[in-house]
Each structure stands twice: as C-alpha cells, then as structure tokens.
Write a protein that binds this ligand. Structure first.
Ligand code: ADP
Length: 363
C-alpha cells in the first residue's frame, strides 16, 4: 500500500508537515521550501476532506476505543490484543470464564497453594461450539494497530506473514476468526525485524488510509485502536481524523512504578487538552503470579500508590490491576485469549472485570 500524500507538494522539503497542518509555513522544516509563503498565508488550510470521509467510514463502528500508554513496554499491545479477543468471545464462553474465575477466587481465598490445578482448566479450542460463531449475531470486533514503530499485533494474534488485500470495497483486514478482524502496519512489512522509518506526512497519510479505506464489513461493535507510546504526531492525527467520528474514549495503560506514572500524567493531560474522554486507567504487571501456586506477590510495590492513586488524583476511573503472569505472556506468544486458555488465572479475573466495565453502556 503506498501512502497517499497527494496533499504534500512534489517540491516540498523532506520533513514537510503537510500544507493543511496548523504549522504549515511556520515549522522549522519549512525554511527554504518554495511553498513556504503560500502555506504561511493560511490558504492551504481548508478542512481536510478526509475528516468527513473518515466520519462516513467509521459510521459502521459502534464503539471506538483508543489504547494509550505513557511509554513502551508496559503491555499496551498485550492489553489491546487481549481486550479485542475478550470482546469477541460469546456470552456463553464469558459466562463459563466468570464461573471459573469466581470458583478460583474462592479457592485462592481459602487455600493459596492448592489452586494451581484450576489454572489448566482451559475452555479449549477443540470445543468449537464454544466459539462466538454459534451466537446468532456474534460481537464483531476489529483491532487497528497504528503503532507504526513497533507493530507487534500480528504476532500477538498469531497472524504473522499475512498480507492485506485490496478490493473495490477497500483494504481487507486479516481475520483471526470470523468475528475478529485485524489491521496492522506489520502486515505491510516484508520483514518484521526491519526498522520502520516513516516521516511525518507519510505516517499521517497511512493513518488516514487505515481509518478511511479499510473495509471492516457492514458493521463492527468495537474497534480497538492500538497507538504508539507517548503523545506523538500519530495521536494528534488520529484525534483530528476521528474528531467527528465519535470516539468513545481512551484507556490508558501503566505499570505501578512511579516513572511510568509520571509519563502517564502527560498522557492524561494530552487527552484532557484535545478533548478525548478517558474511560479509565489500567495498571498492568501489578504483582507477580507464581505459575506453581498462583500466589500473587508484589515485586514493584509502588511508593506513590501506583495507578489507583494516580487515577484518584487525576479524577479518572480506575479500571483494574492485571498481574504479571507468565501465562499471559504465553497466551500472547501463541495468539490465544487468556480468558479462554486460563479462565481461572488471576490475570483473567482482572481482565474480565475490566472488559465488563468497558462494556457498560455509560462507558
Ligand atoms: P507495549 O505495547 O506497551 O510496548 P507489550 O504489550 O509489547 O508492551 O508487552 C511487552 C512484553 O511484556 C511482552 O512480551 C508481553 O508478553 C509482556 N507482558 C505484558 N503484560 C504482561 C503481563 N500482565 N504478564 C506477563 N507478561 C506481560
């Protein structure tokens, strides 16, 4: 897929911010550009027609969730993947997960060393009847991975090596299963080890295409958008393009350590500044679950109260804590839902609670 940068003039400087940017003609990269005076006159800054086209394209999506984190490595893509998979599970499977989770909760309360056998109690894939397909109308879910610098989503869905195809309807996503569609920049790279070096306008062009030109089918219940860490150009682009398309809001992922909480404060103020509702904060890698006895210990005990206190201080909802759990890592490496594979693990219990909160109608 080539990037559609038709709005960047051929003779523009390499680091062109785009003629429609607020910085057009004023950015340092504009110095010496033949178009600088035209751009700085403001004549090029009409509303980008893509905003309306994206609004149209996104009108088939009921809920759009942006997943953010202050920095890399906190488990944002892992959460985005597991949330997407969880949203795609049928109510019947979820009910079984709830039962498994509550029975393990009771047993771990009474005897921590005795509940490891629950953890292998998976709701297996052989049981195809368990899958969402048996629902008359399974929840339709999509994930859009715009982490252009480190796309890990194809791997986390076990979809490495897939290619995206274009039809007259638009770009077709890769499908994890019939009701779970995946779009990632990773599908466009010949080698995932290659560094992805995209400059400003090219990145924006690609995000625009992802938002406007993907054919998700007739209807999606949820679109989960996995963004790069921090608050970069990509976030501003997404927010600009989705401003009329009804973004439900952002879920912010952090770890309990203070430094990450400082980064996450920046993320919270970014959302407040650009007017994105914050659905809540998730603390990941909070405590360690022993794979043998499933006892949870706290390795990084936060000195500042961690995510929960941060949420309280910044007046945003706290959605829950997901422990550091080797089974989470394993499920992610093999493209599986932890809820289905390890329904009674503490991480599944935590994820389920968060998913239930995000599904509430007032969210
Ligand atoms: P990010 O998207 O924030 O850069 P990733 O989602 O790629 O982070 O996660 C980084 C690594 O941490 C991955 O190897 C992932 O499997 C692992 N990981 C994330 N969350 C957990 C968790 N709760 N328990 C165990 N491993 C986790």
């Amino acid at each position: 897929m080539s990037s559609n940068n038709s709005d960047v003039p051929e003779n523009a400087n390499e680091e062109c911010v785009g003629p429609q940017s607020e910085m057009a003609g004023k950015a340092s990269s504009c110095a010496g550009c033949p178009n600088q005076s035209l751009c700085s006159s403001g004549a090029t800054q009409g509303e980008d027609p893509a905003i309306e086209q994206i609004q149209q394209a996104m009108s088939i999506v009921k809920h759009k969730l942006l997943i953010l984190s202050g920095k890399g490595g906190v488990g944002k893509s892992t959460f985005s993947t597991q949330l997407t998979l969880a949203l795609g599970l049928s109510e019947k499977v979820l009910q079984r997960v709830r039962t498994a989770a509550s029975s393990s909760n009771n047993s771990s309360n009474s005897n921590n060393t005795n509940n490891h056998h629950h953890m292998n109690n998976n709701i297996s894939d052989d049981d195809d009847e368990d899958d969402a397909f048996e629902d008359e109308s399974p929840t339709q879910v999509g994930i859009l991975d715009i982490d252009l610098c480190g796309p890990s989503v194809p791997r986390m869905f076990g979809l490495e090596g897939q290619q995206l195809h274009q039809s007259n309807l638009g770009w077709s996503p890769a499908y994890y299963q019939d009701n779970v569609a995946v779009i990632s920049i990773g599908f466009m790279l010949p080698n995932l080890d290659d560094p992805v070096i995209w400059r400003g306008p090219k990145k924006n062009g690609l995000i625009k295409q992802f938002l406007r030109d993907v054919y998700w089918g007739d209807y999606l219940d949820y679109l989960v958008i996995d963004t790069p860490p921090g608050t970069s150009d990509e976030h501003i682009t997404v927010v600009q393009y989705l401003k009329n398309a009804g973004l439900d809001g952002a879920v912010i992922i952090t770890t309990p350590q203070d430094v990450s909480c400082i980064d996450v404060r920046r993320e919270i103020s970014f959302c407040k500044k650009v007017g994105i509702p914050i659905l809540g904060l998730v603390e990941n890698m909070s405590g360690f679950v022993c794979p043998k006895c499933s006892h949870e210990s706290f390795i990084f005990r936060p000195t500042s109260g961690g995510g929960e206190k941060l949420a309280k201080d910044t007046d945003i909802p706290f959605l829950g804590k997901i422990p550091l759990d080797p089974q989470v890592m394993h499920a992610c490496e093999t493209g599986k839902s932890i809820l289905k594979e390890y329904p009674s693990s503490p991480a599944s219990r935590a994820l389920l609670e968060i998913v239930d909160k995000l599904k509430q109608p007032n969210m």
